[in-house]
Design a protein around this ligand. Structure first.
Ligand SMILES: Cc1cc2nc3c(=O)[nH]c(=O)nc-3n(C[C@H](O)[C@H](O)[C@H](O)COP(=O)(O)OP(=O)(O)OC[C@H]3O[C@@H](n4cnc5c(N)ncnc54)[C@H](O)[C@@H]3O)c2cc1C
Length: 391
């Protein structure tokens, strides 16, 4: 029951950290309170785990300290994880924008981590919950459901709050507070928006329809698909911008990025087109969307019947839809938690708490949140690896 290192949380960061330390000859135990390790890996990427991205930059992460992620991301890069994947003979492919997915299924990524843990002689105990943690001299004593455990290095890798049914808990934040570390405010992120009233009805009438948009909030914008749902808006574009959105803020959506409707109308007028407006617009985007969207501001008449001013207003309706989402779907469907253990209180090199020797925090529990596209797993691998080098 005495270990060099105990890792609380058998997810992406915890397993990577444990294997890395195990290979260094450390006696490591991973304790996981649910019945299985790596549940989020299994459900990730639609079952194919978007395990990293070819192009990882610090700018792909949100944190109160934008510099915090730099060191780990440069010391454990996408190439390092790809090398591991290839060493295990796993087939993968790039889907879009540098995002790497397994050809087969997410279980393959979890199997790699479990094999690495086995080679590194890491012990894993599932269904093990921690009741209390005490610091005694140079050690930590954990009262758990499998008895008292002690270690000299304690790693908190409990992840965020999203998808509580998959084992998510706020334990990591509680441990941080117990030892005097600050936590920033927490929010469900990479999450669909909910709408209300007229906007909700509109979204419901278009549910299932997806189209490429440019969505912006403040200075940040993303060009990706948007999906209308029965609750509001989802799809990669919406999940991405949710990382930058605060309740009450306005979001602006361009439903026809890269084209200019007023130019299209001007050209049609010059060509003396007598076509109905909806048919002119529908040459550039889904008909079902055009009919519903145009009906919001105008009936569809033959082009010559519109004034220049009316056409400008209709173009703006398609290019600059400004809305304030009612909220988000919350932790039930969010991919990540934005915010976490304050980066002010943790070393960006070792991930050790600055004022508590031997206590480490890795992965999503920290105030570092990545974009959609493999960035969150890369953070888990990188932070877990760097802590695993020193514990
Ligand atoms: C549906 C979904 C899809 C996703 N898809 C992707 C994707 O394709 N690519 C990507 O990069 N990111 C994706 N993510 C995000 C990614 O899964 C997380 O950012 C990543 O898993 C974080 O790793 P972690 O090890 O910090 O936390 P987790 O992987 O969440 O692991 C934390 C572990 O700690 C355990 N735990 C919690 N509390 C306790 C406790 N008190 N005692 C013991 N154990 C505890 C949990 O059960 C869990 O096993 C997705 C997330 C979701 C929800």
């Amino acid at each position: 029951m005495n270990f060099d290192c105990i890792v609380i949380g058998g997810g992406a960061a915890g397993l990577m950290c444990a294997a890395t330390a195990g290979y260094r000859g450390r006696r490591v135990l991973v304790i996981e309170h649910s019945n299985k390790v790596g549940k989020k890996i299994l459900m990730s990427g639609g079952g194919r785990c978007n395990f990293t991205n070819y192009s990882i930059e610090p700018g792909n992460y949100i944190s109160h300290n934008a510099h915090f992620c730099k060191s780990a991301l440069s010391r454990f890069t996408p190439s390092d994880f790809i090398e591991l994947v290839e060493r295990h003979g796993l087939a993968y492919h790039e889907k879009t924008k540098g995002q790497l997915f397994c050809d087969n299924k997410s279980q393959d990524i979890l199997n790699i981590l479990l094999t690495e843990c086995e080679y590194a002689q890491v012990e894993i105990r599932t269904k093990c919950s921690v009741d209390s943690i005490e610091r005694i001299d140079e050690h930590f004593a954990l009262q758990t459901s499998i008895g008292t455990l002690t270690c000299s290095s304690l790693v908190v890798a409990t992840g965020g709050l999203s998808i509580p049914t998959m084992g998510a808990s706020g334990k990591g934040y509680d441990i941080a507070r117990q030892f005097g570390l600050q936590c920033t405010s927490l929010q469900a992120s990479l999450v669909p928006f909910t709408l209300q009233n007229r906007y909700l009805q509109l979204a419901q009438s278009l549910a299932g329809l997806s189209l490429e948009v440019d969505v912006s909030c403040g200075a940040q914008h993303f060009n990706d698909p948007l999906l209308f749902t029965h609750r509001g808006l989802s799809g990669p574009a919406v999940l991405q911008i949710s990382n930058y959105w605060q309740k009450g803020e306005e979001v602006c959506i361009d439903f026809l990025p890269g084209k200019t409707l007023s130019d299209i109308f001007a050209q049609a007028k010059q060509d003396k087109s007598k076509a109905e407006l909806k048919n002119i617009i529908a040459q550039h985007m889904p008909k079902r969307f055009v009919h519903a969207w145009l009906a919001e501001v105008s009936e569809s008449l033959p082009l010559p019947q519109y004034s220049h001013r009316q056409l400008q207003d209709i173009a703006a309706h398609f290019h600059q839809w400004r809305l304030v989402p009612a909220g988000t779907e919350g932790y039930r469907t969010a991919e990540v938690t934005r915010g976490g253990v304050s980066t002010e209180d943790v070393s960006s090199k070792t991930f050790e708490a600055k004022h508590v020797a031997g206590l480490y925090f890795v992965g999503e529990v920290l105030d570092v949140t990545g974009w959609l596209g493999g960035f969150n797993f890369q953070w888990a691998w990188a932070s877990g690896y760097c802590a695993g080098q020193v514990i």
